[in-house]
Design a protein around this ligand. Structure first.
Ligand SMILES: C[S@@+](CC[C@H](N)C(=O)[O-])C[C@H]1O[C@@H](n2cnc3c(N)ncnc32)[C@H](O)[C@@H]1O
Ligand code: SF4
Length: 459
């Protein structure tokens, strides 16, 4: 794939990432724990029927300067214990409201660094879920792993706790790059780590995460890192574009001072990685994920049933309504979203008093659900079939087009730039268009307003 500079200049605008619709900055502070409870009640009888749990473990042994996640440095062990006690209280409160006849399809532990805490905590939480619910066949029990602090005994404990999918945060293999961003390299050589995890039959998948656009990265050293990753054949690989948002994450200012690659260099890193991964048989999923051709995600994309939530891509098989636990966790229920406080002291305090730590959220209406579905279809499957979406919402294609301010002139511009093709019935995103998918999605978002310094740029 080649992308010319004029296109980048034209479309490199700050637009939402659309990891959710409406985007998280639309969540309202007036949304309360009672509103969340109402969402939970209605979720018991709405689709998707499956249950997904997200558990946020905010702790990290050290903070990487690029980090955009909700992460906290560990000050003392006591703090972890207090947090886990509060987390269990939250889980019990929510579980008591859930219909136990629904099955769990996915559990995802993210952070922070879930493997920065003792594995026994993770096991105890998984047990809380497994004694209360039954699971679908082949559920996904996934965890994000920092390889800089892992050892084999700990990996065994993760298997013992029930985990079957591991996302390993490599970011880059270049030790100079890692040093500049305050990150430890993998404690076990990657070949050995992958081999060890794969040799356990419980492993359903291994993912590797990379970031491009960091201090010290060049097209050459980033391509070398991706080449090294390809040699260990992960099932999935992600190349995240470094999101520089120093107005939200103060520590990122350090990287700006040290020097960051230009947008041009960043784009070339992405393209070099993209072309290499494709040449080596990986299928692009969305604009930054890649999967082996026989991976569930590739099959779902080819059949237009790929889906996503805040935790990443999933398929209609594993999709569930997501109940999130822990500081900053965002629940994604059919009728809306609810986000917990990001303040760990407040979080612990509220739960110790039996109160759900909901801080903001949004209840969404029928129209917003339609737009959400349309944006999910675009972002995941790069395809919209108006009649199909209309059918699932019991409405007409014409009404949906009105709802999203369907604008033929804007679409024709995208067509002449080679980003999409469309007919009366459907719309397809091209390979290049997929790179600008956020800029395409924004045209169907009637609530979008251009505001500088609110979203990261496309490149
Ligand atoms: C919660 S972190 C992963 C778990 C673990 N703490 C680690 O660092 O390996 C999830 C992923 O988000 C990505 N990430 C973090 N900060 C980012 C940023 N500012 N821009 C883009 N991706 C970012 C990283 O690739 C990281 O692996
Ligand atoms: S990237 Fe991972 S390890 Fe680094 S600070 Fe963020 S959450 Fe923690």
């Amino acid at each position: 794939m080649q992308i010319n500079k004029e296109l980048i200049e034209k479309y490199n605008n700050p637009v939402p990432r659309y990891t959710s619709y409406p985007p998280a900055n639309h969540f309202s502070d007036s949304f309360t724990a009672d509103n969340y409870k109402e969402l939970i009640q209605t979720s018991n009888t709405s689709q998707p029927e499956h249950i997904a749990f997200y558990v946020h473990i905010p702790f990290c042994k050290q903070i990487c300067y690029y980090c955009g996640c909700n992460a906290l440095p560990i000050n003392n062990k006591n703090e972890i214990d207090k947090y886990i006690q509060a987390l269990k209280k939250e889980i019990k409160l929510v579980i008591s409201m859930l219909d136990k006849n629904r099955k769990v399809s996915q559990i995802h532990y993210g952070g922070g660094t879930p493997n920065a805490i003792e594995a026994r905590y993770l096991k105890e939480i998984n047990e809380l879920f497994s004694i209360n619910f039954s699971f679908i066949d082949r559920p996904e029990i996934a965890i994000e792993i920092h390889p800089g602090i892992i050892n084999k005994a700990y990996i065994d404990e993760l298997f013992n706790a029930g985990f079957n999918r591991f996302s390993i945060g490599i970011q880059d293999f270049d030790e100079n790059v890692l040093k500049s961003v305050n990150r430890k390299p993998s404690a076990i050589p990657i070949e050995e780590l992958m081999h060890y995890m794969r040799s356990n039959p419980q492993t359903a998948g291994l993912n590797l995460d990379f970031i491009y656009g960091l201090t010290g990265q060049t097209v050459e050293n980033f391509t070398n890192a991706i080449q090294k990753a390809i040699e260990v054949r992960p099932d999935r690989l992600v190349t995240f574009s470094y999101a520089h948002v120093p107005w939200l994450k103060k520590h990122q200012q350090i990287l700006k001072k040290k020097g960051l690659p230009s947008s041009d260099e960043k784009l070339n890193m992405f393209l070099a990685a993209y072309n290499l991964l494709q040449k080596e048989g990986y299928q692009p999923i969305g604009f930054d994920h890649f999967a082996l051709p026989d991976d569930e995600l590739s099959l779902a994309l080819n059949n237009h049933y790929l889906h996503r939530n805040f935790q990443g891509y999933c398929t209609r098989r594993t999709t569930g309504q997501v109940y999130a636990f822990g500081v900053s966790g965002i629940s994604q229920i059919d009728n809306g979203f609810a986000q917990n406080t990001k303040d760990i002291f407040k979080y612990n305090h509220l739960l110790n008093n039996g109160i759900l730590p909901t801080e903001k959220g949004i209840t969404i209406n029928y129209e917003q659900k339609i737009i959400r579905e349309l944006i999910i279809q675009l972002m995941c499957n790069q395809y919209i079939n108006w009649a199909q979406i209309a059918k699932s919402f019991n409405t007409s294609a014409e009404k949906i087009k009105q709802l999203v301010n369907f604008n033929q002139d804007q679409l024709d511009t995208l067509v002449s730039d080679g980003l999409i093709s469309y007919t009366n019935d459907d719309l397809r995103v091209s390979e290049i268009g997929n790179f600008f998918i956020r800029n395409i999605a924004v045209l169907f978002d009637p609530a979008y307003k251009l505001v500088e310094n609110k979203y990261s740029k496309t490149v």
